[in-house]
Design a protein around this ligand. Sequence first.
Ligand SMILES: Cc1cc2nc3c(=O)[nH]c(=O)nc-3n(C[C@H](O)[C@H](O)[C@H](O)COP(=O)(O)OP(=O)(O)OC[C@H]3O[C@@H](n4cnc5c(N)ncnc54)[C@H](O)[C@@H]3O)c2cc1C
Length: 446
Amino acid sequence: MRSQIKLTGRVIFKGDPGYDSARKNWDPHTDRFPKVFVFAQKTQDVVNAIRWARANKVPIRPRSGRHALETNLSQVNGGIVIDTSNLKSIKLNKKCGTAVVGTGNRVGRLVDKLARQGYMAPFGDSPSVGIGGITPGGGIGPLQRTTGLISDNLIGLEMVDAKGRVIRATKKRHSDLLWASRGGGGGNFGVYTKYKFKVRRAPEKATVFTVTWPWKQFVKVVKAWQRWAPFTSTKLGSELTVGPKKGGNVSMLGIYLGSKKEAIHFLEPILSVGTPTKVIKYLPYLEATKYMLAPDPILTQKFSNQFSSGFGRRPFPDKAFKPMREFLEKAEGGTPAGFFFLNWGGAIKRKSPRATAFYWRDPQYYVEWNSSWVKPSHAARNIALARNTRKKLQPYIVGSYINVPDQGIKCSGPVYYGKNYARLRKVKAKYDPKNVFQNPQSIPPA
Ligand SMILES: Cc1cc2nc3c(=O)[nH]c(=O)nc-3n(C[C@H](O)[C@H](O)[C@H](O)COP(=O)(O)OP(=O)(O)OC[C@H]3O[C@@H](n4cnc5c(N)ncnc54)[C@H](O)[C@@H]3O)c2cc1C
C-alpha cells in the first residue's frame, strides 16, 4: 500500500522537467539516476521527505552543494535526494558574535555576506562547496590556523532525524550529536537544516599571494614547503599544488592576516627556493577573499576525479618522492590532477583530538592527490592510479579526511576518525539505530 505522506517543497521525479540538471554534480563521475529530488523550502519539507522515504522504503541521500568527491554519497540510483540548497538564510548576530545559517548556503556566499559586514568565516579553496556538506566533515582551508576548522566554529545545529523529528543540538542539549557533527561527516546522522557558527571580526585588510615554480622544481619546493609552512606564523595559510608533469607547474596560493611587509618576511624561506614567479597583494579583506575563492561553477565542470587524502606527521622522506613523481608522470595532462598540501598547526592543534569528532589535529600538514579525466573510458585506470599511489604513500601518511574520501580504503572508520570512531558509532546508534542514513563508508551504529 502506498503511503499517505506527501512530498512537499520543490519535487522533481525522474522524467519531470528539471530532472537532468537536478542530477548534475560538480564531479560528473558521481552523477546517478535517483527516483526523486526534493528541494526543501523549509524544515517541514525535510520531515515529510524522510517520512515518505521510510514509508516507501526508498534510500535517502542528503545533499547541499553537490561537491561530493566520491560516488553514492549525495545521490543514489532509485533513491530520494533531500536537497537543502534552497535553505539560504544567513542571520548574523553581531552582539553575540554568531551566525545562524541555512545549510543550503555555499561557502563563498557565506564568506561574502559576512565579510561585507566586517566578519570572517573560514573557507577552503572553492566558493561553490556547500556549507551543508563541508561543515560536518571538518572544513579545512587557509584560515584554519587562526580560526580552526569550519566545524570548530559550529556551536549549534538543527537536524531532522530518521524518524522525521526535528532536533536542535547545542553544547547543553544533544551535545553528543553536536560533538559528532563536528568532524563525523555528512550523511550519517540525519539531514541538517541549520548551523549556528561562532564568528569573529575580520581584519580591515589582508595579504594574498600566488607563487609559481616550473614543474621540474617540485621536489625541492615540496621539501622546503614541508619544513617551512607548518612552522611559520599561524596567521599564514598556504595551499601548495603540484600539477601533472604534462603541462603542470608548482603553485602556492595563500593568505596572511597582516601587512605585505610582514608577509614577505614570513614567505622568505620559500621564496628563496628555485626560481619562483610571485604576485603579492595587500587588499581590503573582502577583496582578499575573492582572490582566494576563484569562481568554480558546478554544472559546467567537466572533469571527473579520484581523490585520496591523508596527513603528514613529518616531512616526506626522499623515498616518498618516487611514488609522487610516478603519479604526476602518469596523471593526464590538461586536467586538474595533482598533489595538494595545506599547512596544519595553530588553532587546529590547540584542540584535543577527542574534543570534537575531527581527530587528525597533530599532523604538520594535510595532503591529497587526485587523478582526473573526461572520457568515461579513462575512469578505471585513473581510479587505479590514485588508489595505488595511496598504497605506496601509506608509510608516510596517517589517516584520511572524510570530506575527501576514497572508497578504495578498506575498514575506513579508524582511518577517517582515529580513536573517535567508537564514540561516533555510539552516537549513530542513538540518533539513527536502524542505519537509515547510510552510504558506502558511513558510520554503522554500535
Ligand atoms: C572543487 C572542490 C573543492 C573542495 N575544497 C575543499 C576545501 O578547500 N576544504 C574542504 O574542507 N573540503 C573541500 N572540498 C570537499 C568538500 O568539503 C566535500 O566534498 C563536501 O562534502 C561537499 O559538501 P557539499 O554540500 O558541497 O556536497 P554534497 O555532494 O551536497 O554532499 C556531500 C556529502 O555531505 C552530505 N550532506 C550534504 N548536505 C547535507 C545536509 N544538509 N545534511 C546532512 N548531510 C549532508 C551528503 O549526504 C554527502 O555525504 C572540496 C570539494 C570540491 C569538489
